[in-house]
Ligand binder design. Structure first.
Ligand SMILES: Cc1cc2nc3c(=O)[nH]c(=O)nc-3n(C[C@H](O)[C@H](O)[C@H](O)COP(=O)(O)O)c2cc1C
Length: 336
């Protein structure tokens, strides 16, 4: 019998902060683990107050959270791993996928895929000394899918707790199709547990993936869960209800407004969410109006109108996704 598939909420810097993670888990059961947006170690090797707040496990508990680190320095990685081990964490995730220009130009994130030998030396150092388990989230290369072979050969040498593969190159950012053939290569070469990530937007897409790759132990979902917060609940046989969606959304608004400036803090966050959530409703022009709003009092009534009266679609319509609506920003310090 196939082991039960595990579900992870993908890290999305600036979006899936503590507030969203905890409210999502409260309203939509089914996600096993919430991967935190990347943190960059500080020069002084001290967790910032903001990082400490994000790392506070709160109601989710430590085992449902996975902190992620973005660095090319083995020393900084090991410091970060020890620091979070001191907080009780038993696993740290290494980011080999961030495509942002400022990150890649510093040789971090997807920039680490440029030189497989350097990656090998880095992994050797961290796997020798990490006080906790190390998992990895990777893309398949910088420019071409053909780069993945040598990268996989390196990754296959290490006892990675779980390898998450987003089968796109850095150049592809989050657009276009995913390279399932590259993921199939990972399935052939890698013997540690594998997690698939990318373009899972409906329960059917998850089931089809499972059918093609029955040995995959987990899937990680990002935009699909922003567009339909009940996606994993539904994959597990539950249902989506408008009432729960409204309660979740309005609790999120209240929590952001309590901590952030309405126009400069809460509004941009809600716009990132609505860039996806609007895809769950038949297009009546609401999102176009929402994205133009400059103030919270203009924006909020539009959300309520769509939530209460909009036509809910059976699945989020990603064919309408405007690629410029959600792009990862390099600033890691926005984990509200
Ligand atoms: C706005 C945004 C922020 C992201 N931040 C991170 C991050 O901090 N760490 C990371 O590993 N991936 C990050 N990603 C990538 C996602 O975790 C995920 O790999 C990507 O969205 C593809 O999965 P999906 O098709 O399910 O959305 C980010 C993506 C977006 C769109």
């Amino acid at each position: 019998m196939m082991p039960e598939l595990r579900y992870a909420f993908a890290p999305m810097e600036g979006v899936t902060g503590k507030i969203l993670r905890e409210l999502h888990a409260a309203y939509f059961p089914g996600v096993d683990r919430y991967c935190m947006p990347f943190m960059t170690p500080t020069d002084v090797h001290k967790l910032t107050d903001r990082q400490l707040r994000a790392l506070d496990p709160g109601p989710l508990g430590i085992d449902r959270l996975l902190p992620q680190v973005l660095t090319r320095s083995a020393e900084d990685f090991l410091w970060f791993a020890s620091a979070i081990a001191g907080l009780g964490y038993r696993e740290v995730n290494l980011n080999l996928g961030c495509p942002s220009g400022t990150v890649v130009s510093k040789g971090r994130g997807a920039g680490m895929l440029r030189d497989p030998d350097a990656l090998d030396r880095f992994l050797d150092q961290i796997f020798r000394a990490s006080p906790i388990a190390v998992s990895v989230k990777t893309r398949i290369g910088l420019e071409e899918p053909a780069e993945f072979g040598p990268i996989l050969q390196v990754l296959a040498r290490y006892p990675i707790r779980e390898l998450t593969v987003h089968p796109r190159t850095r150049r592809e950012m989050y657009t276009g199709g995913v390279h399932l053939d590259a993921f199939a290569e990972a399935v052939r070469v890698i013997s540690v547990p594998l997690c698939y990530n990318g373009n899972l937007f409906s329960p059917e897409s998850v089931f089809l993936l499972r059918e093609r790759f029955p040995s995959v132990s987990s899937v990680m979902i990002g935009r699909g869960l922003l567009a339909d917060p009940a996606l994993v609940t539904r994959c597990r046989g539950g249902e989506r209800s408008r009432e729960t969606l409204i309660s979740f959304h309005n609790a999120l608004c209240a929590a952001y407004l309590e901590r952030l400036h309405p126009n400069q803090g809460a509004l941009p966050k809600l716009k990132e969410i609505w860039a996806m959530l609007s895809l769950l409703f038949a297009d009546d022009g609401s999102w176009k109006r929402m994205r133009k709003c400059k103030t919270w009092p203009e924006f909020y009534p539009l959300t309520q109108q769509l939530l209460y009266t909009g036509t809910l679609l059976p699945e989020a319509d990603f064919s309408r996704q405007n690629q410029s609506d959600a792009i990862p920003r390099p600033n890691p310090e926005t984990n509200a």
